[in-house]
Structure formats: structure tokens, C-alpha cells
Design a protein around this ligand. Structure first.
Ligand SMILES: [Zn+2]
Length: 116
């Protein structure tokens, strides 16, 4: 179990998560994509998947990001498949605009009840 990592900036992923995966409960770590159990989970099962290269959000993705987003979606699919298989249900979510706390595209894969 990873303890909460204090952070109040605007890009937790570039500033803390991607440079320091050893501080995380990592599910997938490749050159283009990092996935880990959320450090402040909202749901009983809560994995977050991010590109290791900075991309602001789903709505700012461009053709130049294709390789990163293609691999990201493959990792999201594999993790969602595992969660669905193990728990019988999963949801995949990405926030935008004011709903997006960290301004680096990230996809939540979750299952189970809300923790907070
Ligand atoms: Zn970033």
C-alpha cells in the first residue's frame, strides 16, 4: 500500500509520478505509458493510466500524439479487462476542464464503491 504523496501543483504526473515510479504501486511501466494504483483512491479499485510524455488532456490530443495515445489505450484496455474479469464490472473515465485536477491527460480505471 502506497501512502498519500502530498502535492498541490497542477501536474502531479510530470512532477512526481513519472520521475519517481518507485514511490508508486505500479501496474504497467513502459517508455510511453505508466499505470499505477491511485495514491488517493476514490474507489475500492482505482488505477490511473498516463502517457509518460506530457499531453494536456484528451481534448488537446493531436496527430503528433498518436503513438502515445495508441499505447495508452492498449494499456487502459488490458487493465480494464483484468478489473472487469476479477470484479465483474469496471468503468473507464477521463476528466476535462474544471473536472481535471492534474493538467496531464490521465485515465481512471475503477471498480467498486466510492471510498470518500
Ligand atoms: Zn505532464
Amino acid at each position: 500500500m502506497v501512502t498519500d504523496i502530498p502535492y498541490d501543483g497542477s501536474d502531479f504526473y510530470c512532477e512526481l509520478a513519472i520521475p519517481h515510479p518507485e514511490r508508486l504501486d505500479v501496474v504497467h511501466d513502459s517508455a510511453r505509458v505508466l499505470a499505477f494504483h491511485h495514491t488517493r483512491p476514490y474507489w475500492a479499485v482505482h488505477v490511473v493510466v498516463v502517457p509518460t510524455r506530457h499531453i494536456g488532456s484528451l481534448t488537446s490530443v493531436s496527430a503528433a500524439d498518436e503513438a502515445d495515445i495508441r499505447e495508452l489505450l492498449g494499456v487502459v484496455q488490458a487493465i480494464a479487462k483484468d478489473v472487469e474479469s476479477e470484479y465483474g464490472a469496471a468503468a473507464v473515465l477521463t476528466n476535462l476542464g474544471a473536472y481535471q485536477d492534474s493538467k496531464h491527460v490521465h485515465v481512471h480505471v475503477h471498480s467498486g464503491g466510492r471510498l470518500a
